[in-house]
Design a protein around this ligand. Sequence first.
Ligand SMILES: *Cc1c(COP(=O)(O)O)cnc(C)c1O
Length: 819
Amino acid sequence: MNHLLYSVEELTEIFNARAFVRDRGSVIRTLLTDSRKLNDPAKGLFFALKSRRDGHSFISEVYKQGVRNFVISDPDFSILQFKDANFFLVQDTLMALQSLSASHRSRYDYPVIGITGSNGKTIVKEWLYQLLSPENNIIRSPKSFNSQIGVPVSVWEMNEEYDFAIFEAGISKSGEMENLAKIIRPTIGILTNIGEAHQIGFESNEEKISEKLKLFELADLFIYSGKYLHEFQGTLPGENKFTWSFYEKADLEIIKVESLDNKFQVLLAQYLGREIQAIIPFKDQASLENAVICWATMLALGYEPGEASIRLEKLIPIGMRLELKNGINNCSVIDDSYSLDLSSLAIALDFLKQQNQHPRRTLILSDIPGVDSELVYEKVRHLLVNKSVDRLIAVGEKIIKYVTDFPCEVELFKSTEDLLSQFSSLKFQNETVLLKGARTFGFEDISQLLTQKVHETVLEINLNALEHNLNYYKSEIGTGTKIMAMVKAFSYGSGSFEIANLLEFNKVDYLAVAYADEGVALRKAGSSLPIMVMSPDARAFDTIIKHELEPEIYSVRVLNEFEEVLKLKNLSNYPVHIKLDTGMHRLGFMEEELDQLLSLLNGNKLMHVQSVFSHLVASEDPEHDDFTSQQISLFIKLSDKIREGLGYSFIRHLANSSGISRWPDARFEMVRLGIGLYGIDSAFGNKSPLQTVTSLKTSISQIKKIPAGDTVGYSREGKMPDGGTIATVKIGYADGYNRGLGNGKGKMLVRGNIVPTIGKICMDMCMIDITGINAEEGDEVVVFNDVIRVEDIAKQLNTIPYEVLTGISQRVKRIYYYE
Ligand SMILES: *Cc1c(COP(=O)(O)O)cnc(C)c1O
């Protein structure tokens, strides 16, 4: 809030830069690393980072939005046109960002906790925040900001209003931790755990461990469990150490874990020669370990065991992700009420801004806890203007004092109860609503009124994973090649505008759908990208033109029909895409039809050939590599001929997902990325760099004991000669759970256990055999995710993942997550 201001001289010195200064009086308090997410431009410093895209290419766009200070590394970058802006020329912009943040860190000498490990970093951070907040004013990294960019941006937020800091650090390869250690410089170190799996980027497990431990080299106190360090030979960091363990000697040795009821567990431990206990409100294994880490930390920091226990019992589970759901009256609702501070508000507002599906954006915001200064709400005002919020609904005694004159529609409520009692007067309709409230405001109640009830089977879509997959392909193909994202068939079952908005935000070049209707739906939801329609029907040409969609022209008939409509409407130069048949024999012009095609296109002013493309029939399969090569050569030959005939050039595209990964020669000017976006690319086999995007989840309606010899389900096929326990779950073939998965062929996950189906799959339900597993009615059941993979289900059914994904019926609600 009261962030220290840095002058041009100070920055020049810290960066050790050549500075081109046009405005000596400029001061900096905000770091900007992403041109799409700008705050506080007047006092912002933009770093032209060279990640996937070169940040230098965004400078002019960022300048237009009011930023006047830039860190660049390209000595040839022309700064002439930006007359009133300051430029700092450095060797490496990422290193400059990191050294600025490290220098900022060195101004503060309050305790700093640094957390690393394979899992649990964000949860441990958030829980420690809850546990230590009563007597500390804590600054922490927002969400899971733990990368080479996320860490410096988080640490930069330190200021003298705080007296305690918690930051997390994550690394993906050797050599990265040293940088992060210099920035965070933790005085207290926490290692959460070390995953078993071999990680790409590290030679061995030992290398991975010693790399992670580098974070703690200067720490006074190191908190860890010996069980994760067996493979480590070197000296452990930390002047003082505090260990925790289950059933092994340690400073905090857990000797018993007991279930209290279906929510709580009691932990009994040995500590300083006596027995102590704590109650935690969680039952799963991961939460248990994370809670023990927090317990150990509190004891290591000198808290009385009694006090620690009281606080642990009140821990609140955290949903760390933003949830996008369908709301009432054609609204979309983004639910993010687990924490409220300025940085998480800024992140949530960026996500709100990405949503183009409704004309209005509304923010429901509570008091921002902890700090009571006009400055905070002044910053909120800046944010709202930058992020195009149309309506602010403010809830709380404090906030309503400061926001009355904000430049948007403002509605004020003293409390959540007040808002709830006047809910209908707020007339939510066709808008995107972001809920951002501090815990104590109980915004869950507003969320309940705003969202539609969900049938308990949901398809969860992880938008971060989708973004990761897109970025993976982007980095594979480099910057010279465009990407057409295939969003046909409801984005392979994952959604329409929800996916398109994210793709547009991430700057793909084109979208493609199968039918005009799908394109119209995207336009109506605000998509402004060019959209290709692959099966344009003559009856849909009017619609296509009305919504500026671009048809695939695959035959002389289609060409003539489209031409007729263009003539009638008096249009010219309409963009079209010519499909060639190079061996698929589905749609497209054959080689022998090219002369006729060219005679129709030559001198044709009605249409403009935007692209020429064809489709590979077996790009994923080594067995057909010869044929794929032939297709590529034929495509080159035919598209060359068209270019000569037309006298102008166009985009050429041939490769689908596995074509991109396996056939670099087939990338041309654009690629068509489909199933890889959704996390599946059979070219990779078991070592996929892609992340799982979709998880299908349902729940248990009833659990029963079956006597020996009874059967389960239709036709008595589910035989239980020895009896057992079954659970009936809320998913059937009408939801897209194929009947071929009955009688044990399909598997599901219940509390981490893989269990088989039993008996036939019914229309809306099916039964699973949970004999020997401790489960309860209402428990979540995973149908597929990253453990039970869509690929495995497809194999079981003798089909392909495409069919499984697109077969999930529309009555299964989609929920989108974004961190
Ligand atoms: C569906 C489709 C793609 C995408 O294929 P993936 O294997 O999903 O990447 C590409 N081109 C055309 C013509 C398609 O129909």
